[in-house]
Design a protein around this ligand. Sequence first.
Ligand SMILES: [Zn+2]
Ligand SMILES: [Zn+2]
Length: 128
Amino acid sequence: MTPQRKKVLSLFEEIGSGIHLSAEEVHAKLTSSGERVSLATIYRTLRLLVKMAFLNELDLSEGGNRFELLSHEHPDHHHLICIRCGRTEEFENNEVVNAGKEAAKKFAFKLLESSLNVRALCPMCINK
Ligand SMILES: [Zn+2]
Ligand SMILES: [Zn+2]
């Protein structure tokens, strides 16, 4: 792994799972700790870490993308995502997980994870 990738990954490992960062936030954190790296490089590095299954990518469409550590301790968690400001709350729901299990079984797929992303507006953004 290149030093660049290691730095990005260890940033996520330090903050722990359940935290969802945008590429801009990752960039700001690294540059404030004295790292000289472009936002484009951060984007490329994040995409690569997703491909390598170290990170999970949440597609927010309007609000851009967020990245989080792919955790094996709680793989089946779901997200409530504010599409305006990107605030992301996690929740667990067995019915969603079971629905995924049943669907996979029906079509003889091997289940990897069931996660639901709910697009919403947070209380701060509703009245804007
Ligand atoms: Zn999450
Ligand atoms: Zn919001």
